[in-house]
Structures are given as C-alpha cells and as structure tokens.
Design a protein around this ligand. Structure first.
Ligand code: NAD
Length: 695
C-alpha cells in the first residue's frame, strides 16, 4: 500500500506514502483513488482529507517511473485529479513541507486546500524542459492570477505557503507548529455540508492587460533562455487559461505537453537530471561503504584555487587551516578570501553574522605541524610535479594516519604524487574548477591505489560541499581538461585557417556555450595554457598545435588580468572588444605558415570544436577513465558551460546520430592536421552497430 486510509470521526484521511517525497507513482495513485472510492461508499464519511506522510505532501511525479509505461498507466494522474474533483463529498488537500509539480496539480483539483507555513509550493516542470501537464497551467492562474502563475510556471521556482496565504490557492494557512491533520479534519468537518462544492475550474482569470503581460513574458523568456522552447510553451498554455474555456485549455495543455516531451531539449534536460543522480554511484563502491569522518580540513597554498577551496569547507562549517610558504603570500590569500566574502555580504548573498562564523573557522599558518590533525588535506600549490611531490613528502611525515590527502592538480599524474608517500591508498585528486567557490564541478580523480572508502568519502564530501562529484581515473587532464585540449587545438587551427576569435566565440556561443574558447582563455589567463603547451611540447612533440596563442602571450596579452588578451577589456569590465593588432597578428601568422585564409562557416567551427570533444570523450570512455558517457556529459555541463538543453557532448552526439558524427570526423581526418581526427574506435563501433553512447 502506498497510500493509507484512516477515518477520524466523519472524515476519511488518505495519506500518500511513497518515500522520499510521495512521488505519485502508479501504486500510490491506485491506492489513493481506491481511498476516495471507499470514502464515497461509506455513508458515515462526510468529507475527505488528502495529505502526505513524512517529509512532503507530494513532490509530484515519481521520477523512478519516468520513461516507464507505469507513468501513463491508469489510474493516471489526470484520473486521480478528476476523481478528487468529481467527488460528491468535499476533498481537502492538507499541504506541508513540499507541494510541487503533480502534487500541486492534485491539490488544485481538490475542493479546498489548507497548509502549514513553510511549505514549498512550485510547478518546476520547466526545469526539465516540460510544462505542468495535469492542469497546472489552467488551474494555477485561476487561483493566483495571471502574473503570479506565469512567474511560478515559467521559472519553476518555489514560493512559501505563507506568502500565498491571502490568495484563493489556500483556504487556510495554519499557525507554525500546528497539528496539520487535526486542523485539516476540523476544517473538513466545518465545510462538510456546503454545496455546491467549489472547483478551481469554475473560476475565471481576469486581467485587463493579459495580452501585454503575455507579450512581455515572451520577450523576457526569449532573451533569458534562447534555445529553450519550454518557457515559451508555458507562456502559451498559461495564456490559454485567459482566452479559452477550461476544457479547451486542458486539451491545449495536453497537446503542448506531448509536443515538449518529444523535444530534444527536454530529453537533454531529463538526461542531465538523471546523469547528476547516477554520477555519485561508482560500480565497485558499495552504497554502504563506511565513510571516513571529515570534520576538519587543511589547504596547502593560498593562491587563487586554495582560497576558493578553503571557502567551500568554511561554507559547509568545516574548519580550515591554510598553509603557505611566506607571510606575505598567506596575508594576500587571507585578504582575498575576506574580500570574496565581503563582496557576498555586499550583494546580500551572505549575512554579516554568517561572515563572522566563517572567518572564525579559518586559520592561516606557515608551520606544517598545524595541519597534522586535519581529516583531509587539499594541496593547491603550483602546477609542477616536483613541487607537489615535495609537499606530499612533507605531509606524509606530519599528517595523522587515516587522513585523506588530495591534490588539486589539473593535469599531473596523481599516482606519481601518491607514490612519494607511504600511504598511496589515502591519496586522490580533488580537481576543483575556477572560481572554486562557485563552480559546481568536482572531478574526483581515483588513483591506482586509492582506497574504496577514500573514494566514497570524497563523493559524500562533494555533496556536502554542494558540488557535482564525477569520478575519473588518472590520465593527462582527466576527463575535462583532456577533452578541452582537443577543443582548444581546433580553435587554434581555425585561427590559422581563416577565422578570427570573435567569429569562433560567436559561433560557439550561438550553439549555446556560456563562453567561446577565446573569451574563456582570456578569463583563465593565456599564460596557463602556454605553460601546459610547453610541458606537452616536451612530452608529446608529435602533437601539433597552433602557435598563435604563444604569439599572443609574447605580446604581453595574458587575458583579463592584464586588461588585454584575445580581446581588449576596459578597466573593471568583462566585455570583450576585438583588437586590430591581435587580428593582424593572426593574419600575418597564417601568411607565415603559407596558408591562404578562407571563409570558414559557423557550422564548421561548431563541428570542429564539439566533435573534437566527442571523439576524445569516446576514447576516455573506452579507456575507462570515465565509467559512463553521462559522467562526461556532467563534467561538461557543470564545469565547462556546455548548453544544458543539449545534454552534454556525448548526449548531443547521440542526438545528431553517431554515423553523421563519424562521417564529419572522417571528413576532417582527410584535411589539414588530420591526425587530430583519427576516429575513436568506440565511435566507429557504435556508429556501425547503430548504437548510442548513452545506451
Ligand atoms: P597560484 O599560483 O595562484 O597559487 C599557488 C599558491 O601555492 C601560491 O600562493 C604559492 O605561494 C603557494 N605555494 C607554492 N608552494 C607551496 C608550498 N610548498 N607550500 C605551501 N604553499 C605553496 O595557483 P592556482 O591557480 O591557485 O593553482 C593551484 C593549483 O590548482 C595548480 O595545481 C593548478 O593547476 C590547479 N588548478 C588551477 C585552476 C585555475 O583555473 N587556476 C583550476 C583548477 C586547478
């Protein structure tokens, strides 16, 4: 049974019970509908209360039944809602904690709604590229009015029940701490005899300037989320609540919902939703692995990354010791940390008392002995193997046994770092992305000897730090940077062959990337890429790359930090302005290489950058560096600004069709620097077998 039935006096109470959030799966719907029928058949019952057990009224659809025939099986959610609405005895929704999606749609089908304060009320379907498909677009405007319903449906953001207490959505919002069931039963007794039964569908949406409101909403949605059809469809269906009779509006909602659920964008967003959930599961790490305790941390190096990493721990109330080599470097790091927090306070993102709490937990030191008791140490010193090995040797001597030793290296061999310690089982990579206190991605790099419980603890820690943890095996660049290198190489070749930075960036940004490769390089600092290329030139002299970026560094144009990189930046601004000298340098370099510059289409730019990611991603998958294609997608969605509505590079390749991707790869393999395009064997095989990366 996933809904319980009890009678309190003359009131039947049906309690949805499907942990964790009473998702309305088939069994729950069946039991709840049976409960309503039982109450109707019982002459002693005069009213019905529907509520939810545990931590929610209902979170909506049961995501475990997504993409399964159970989702649409009878009694469907529509049938459940119609049964409640059509009941000849009044039905009261007793709402608490979470009332979202189908849960809110159900309550809107009930005759009355009562709630505790603090309940989060939302129709979040838009976040999965959908619209509320069980009457939400027609009923919510009928109780909240056009504008508020539009905002909630188009953003998907929750609103607290007490903020809606004065609207017809709620008949009663009780005092904090009230006994919801007792209050709801008393309320039901009070309204049991009132006829006719009030129905949201019988209300109308009156707004004197409805069309103007809808037009503004359309313009805002198109500007804010180009590439996303769902917000516009939400606006169109909410608009139908004004212009159409209820039943016609419901039909329209159904039709647009079915259209969206087939859309690539919604499929991609749902893929990303599930990808995030599975990323935390590693095949050989049992779910019940005993975790190590993390109640204190140390960070080695107070540079840009060290400071951001320390803030992650502080934000999770974990005390941090930061170790530096000199007092000036330490002071500078602590001042940078303070400044970032001060900015957060100034923007209202952090309360002054929270600032004090965080600052009280951080402590700077120059003495290794002060990190000895940390449960986890994260090293963020210069990207140099010898420097990092020296740090780990020193840590091995002082840090207590059982502590986790992590390196934030972007590209170096984690096993070579672990090998200088007497405890390689305790060592792993924790690759934070810049700015580390903001970016969601945490690549967890599993060394050859990393213990299972260390890995499990790192995954749990990523959740505690509110990051998306993705596990990678050791290789140069792990998942994200190994792939981005192929992307950057293509970006460089494109400049030599005829493109300019602004064209490349614009094409990629139109595809949906948050930032094109040259704006990205200016943000990260062009010297960082140069250092990596210099190391590669020694290790992999066979790998060709464009020298254009090195010529740029030689011009002293290191990026935003120097006010000039691929673009010019005015003081205090981040807007890129193309620079004629840079463009001339690029054109001159082509001539020097003996290349005749040609017009390059935006399509070629996008294909060469994105398929370079896909081809390398296929190798990473085949080598087991990533354990599933969706992990690679998660890395790109959360760390590299890949457009969410395209689902990540591997999912995108699946939607294009692997034979078409392979054909393009083979085409480029026959061109200049064709060796960069040797098709990955996995891509060749899957394309031949008619399969996808996701499957
Ligand atoms: P940074 O140069 O800003 O900071 C490094 C700091 O480490 C300096 O303050 C230096 O004084 C300190 N340091 C050096 N040796 C030390 C030692 N033995 N003990 C204590 N402190 C020491 O560098 P960063 O950009 O913060 O990068 C740090 C690490 O993070 C590198 O491995 C880098 O590859 C990696 N990383 C950087 C980025 C990025 O975008 N910058 C992103 C991800 C990872």
């Amino acid at each position: 049974m996933t809904a319980q039935y009890q009678v309190h006096g003359a009131v039947a109470v049906i309690t949805l019970n499907n942990p964790p959030v009473n998702g309305m799966g088939l069994a729950t719907r069946t039991a709840a509908v049976a409960g309503i029928e039982r109450a109707l058949a019982d002459a002693a019952v005069t009213a019905i209360v529907i509520t939810g057990a545990g931590k929610a009224f209902s979170g909506g659809a049961d995501i475990r039944e997504f993409n399964s025939p159970k989702a649409l099986a009878e009694p469907s959610l529509h049938t459940f809602i119609a049964t409640a609405e059509g009941s000849t005895k009044p039905v009261v929704a007793a709402i608490h904690t979470i009332c979202m999606g189908g849960g809110l749609e159900l309550s809107l089908g009930c005759h009355y709604r009562v709630a505790l304060p603090g309940a989060r009320i939302a129709l979040p379907e838009v976040k999965l590229g959908l619209l509320p498909g069980a009457g939400g677009t027609q009923r919510l405007p009928r109780v909240l009015g056009l504008e508020q319903a539009l905002t909630m449906i188009v953003t998907g953001e929750p609103v607290l029940s007490e903020k809606l207490a004065d609207t017809p959505l709620f008949d009663r919002v009780f005092a904090p701490g009230a006994d919801l069931i007792a209050e709801a039963v008393a309320f039901a007794e009070g309204i049991a005899d009132i006829r006719p039964l009030p129905k949201v569908r019988d209300r109308t949406v009156d707004h004197p300037h409805a069309q103007a409101v809808l037009q503004t909403a359309r313009e805002q949605a198109a500007a804010k989320a180009p590439g996303y059809p769902a917000p516009l469809e939400c606006i169109a269906t909410v608009g139908a609540s004004v212009t159409m009779p209820f039943e016609d509006g419901m039909k329209f909602e159904r039709e647009r919902f079915m259209h969206l659920i087939q859309s690539t964008e919604s499929k991609a967003l749902r893929h990303a939703f599930f990808a995030e959930r599975v990323a935390g599961k590693v095949p050989d790490v049992p779910a019940d692995t005993l975790l190590r305790t993390i109640s204190s941390a140390a960070v080695i190096g107070a540079g840009m990354m060290g400071v951001g990493i320390a803030m992650n721990f502080l934000n999770a109330s974990i005390p941090v010791v930061i170790l530096e080599t000199s007092q000036p470097a330490l002071d500078q790091g602590l001042a940078a940390l303070r400044k970032l927090y001060d900015n957060a306070v100034a923007k209202g993102k952090l309360k002054p008392e929270q600032l004090q709490q965080r600052l009280a937990l951080v402590h700077g030191t120059l003495d290794h002995a002060d990190v000895a008791q940390a449960d986890i140490v994260v090293e963020a010193v210069f990207e140099d193997l010898a420097v990092k090995q020296a740090v780990f040797r020193a840590l091995d001597v002082v840090v207590k046994p059982g502590a986790i030793l992590a390196t934030n290296t972007s590209t170096l061999d984690v096993d070579a770092i672990a090998a200088v310690t007497g405890r390689p089982q305790d060592v792993l990579g924790l690759h934070f992305f810049s700015p580390a206190h903001v970016m969601k991605l945490l690549e967890i790099v599993r060394g050859q000897h990393t213990a299972i419980d260390v890995l499990a603890t790192a995954l749990a820690l990523s959740k505690k730090l509110r990051k998306t943890g993705v596990v990678a095996r050791v290789c140069d660049g792990f998942i994200g940077n190994r792939m981005i290198e192929q992307y950057s190489r293509q970006a460089g070749f494109l400049l030599e062959e005829g493109a300019l930075p602004a064209q490349v960036d614009a094409a990629v940004e139109r595809f949906g990337f948050a930032m094109g490769p040259f704006r990205m390089a200016d943000l990260a600092g062009n010297d960082i890429g140069q250092a990596i290329r210099q190391r590669r030139a020694v290790e992999r002299p066979d790998l060709a790359y464009s020298r254009t970026a090195d010529l740029l560094c030689a011009m002293g144009r290191l990026g935003q930090k120097t006010g000039a990189g691929w673009y010019d930046y005015r003081a205090g601004e981040r807007t890129p302005h193309p620079n004629a000298e840079v463009d001339a340098m690029i054109v001159a370099h082509s001539a020097q290489l003996g290349l005749e510059r040609r017009v390059i289409s935006d399509n070629e730019i996008v294909e060469r950058l994105v398929y370079a990611l896909v081809n390398e991603g296929a190798r990473i998958l085949a080598e087991g560096i990533a354990s599933r294609a969706s992990d690679i997608d998660m890395v790109y969605l959360t760390g590299y600004g890949f457009p969410p509505y395209r689902g990540g590079p591997m999912f995108y390749a699946d939607t294009v069709g692997l034979p078409a991707v392979l054909a393009a790869v083979e085409h480029y393999a026959a061109g200049r620097h064709g060796d960069a395009w040797t098709p990955a064997p996995l891509l060749v095989r899957l394309a031949a077998e008619g399969k996808t990366f996701s499957a």
